[in-house]
Design a binder for this molecule. Sequence first.
Ligand code: ADP
Ligand code: MG
Length: 470
Amino acid sequence: MTNEELWKAVLGQIELTISKANFVTWFKSTSINDNTDGVVTIGVPNGFAKEWLENKYNHYILKALKELDPQIREIRCTLSPEKAIPIATSSAKNIDAIKAPGAHPGFVRKKIIEQPSFGSTPHTTPVFHETNLNSRYTFENFIVAENNELARAACYAVSQNLGMAYNPLFIYGGVGLGKTHLLQSIGNEVIQNAPEKRIKYITSERFTTELVDAIKNQKIDKFKEYYQQMDLLIIDDVQFLSGREKTQNEFFHIFNALYQINKQIVISSDRPPKAIPTLEDRLRSRFEGGMITDISRPTLETRIAILESKLGEKGITLDPASVRFIAENASQNIRELEGALNRVVAYSEFHKIAPTLENTQKILAELIENNKKNLQTEDIFTAICNFYTVAREDLIKKGRKKEVSHPRQVMMYLLRQELGMPFSTIGELLGGRDHTTALHAFEKIDTKKDTDTRLKEELETLKETLYYAS
Ligand code: ADP
Ligand code: MG
């Protein structure tokens, strides 16, 4: 196997384990430069990628390499901007995906808008009115309920009074609860009322990618200049900025520059600023200096109201018993709710059957089965076994060998932290151990992760696998 083939195989593996955005950001333009005596040298395009591959993805890369060639025992990264093989992401299959101008071969981008490029191909006329906004998200079609009314009110106030009402505005809440919808509604509302305003909606991952490109191509000043002329900057899912020191630093400068001249900044995250572990203090305190509000999970009544409104939008009627059944069973968030509804509608249309309660129950049986099985416990088992290459039986067995005891402790930590499982259940699940064993493991990992960077990265990567791997 040539180095090129080896690296392609490794990339194929890694692409399956991390989120697409991260894959493209960190593995684009990488290659194997050397493979001698079990030491593989990976060429990376810039210092960012080096930092990330060495610290965060080291474990994954080494594991994938070892599976292909057991002789390999170490990896090193070196800067080599020229040598790179194109990576084809699976999104290339996406029909509405197009190749971005000047993008890396195989690197595709959704055809939503034309992004100004800070990359290697200079863009002659930067298009400032390109906002990234999706007009489908408006205040009008956002259903207000007790779980989101404060967030909605804050967003609306901001849209009516840029830079004056609450700045920055920070919205947090779990996945699928409507953060992106609200954030984009602000932008769409401003476009309506004041089309001359410069608005930019961007996810923190995309922001990072652009920043990395700008640094690589020595266009950082242009990058800053571009962002600093926004009247409204909306950054979605800011939790992904965590731990990226240089990105945070640049973000902080842009943030300050905008803030000082009363430009509006709106941010979303899946958790409050103080719970984003690796967020720099100064950034955190900036976020905390504005308005912070959350969106919580909707009640059954709210879920029913949302379903009815969505049905109204689609011009479809469904009997109340079916609507209630969907609302009761797709309870986690609004995305799940919409998904269940779409499934019922599509299935009954396709098979030409009436979506009666009985049919709805049948159509959603799989979803309900998954909810019952508490798939998340299983997900954690799978993630731990894959990540540490341990067998499931070994996690449950009595042994105290270090190779197994560490993964087991991390597993206990995740079961508690991510699922809120009682320590007694965790003990039982992992081979009938005492609840104090689980408690001890949790506390040990919880304390250690603050000082032990390797452990911290392990946890972050594991969580990424759990929540974001596609
Ligand atoms: P998040 O960004 O918090 O993960 P999204 O904004 O993407 O969630 O919301 C998921 C889906 O649910 C979107 O299709 C969105 O339009 C819809 N949605 C969420 N909240 C509401 C609401 N209150 N009213 C109408 N639709 C909603
Ligand atoms: Mg979102």
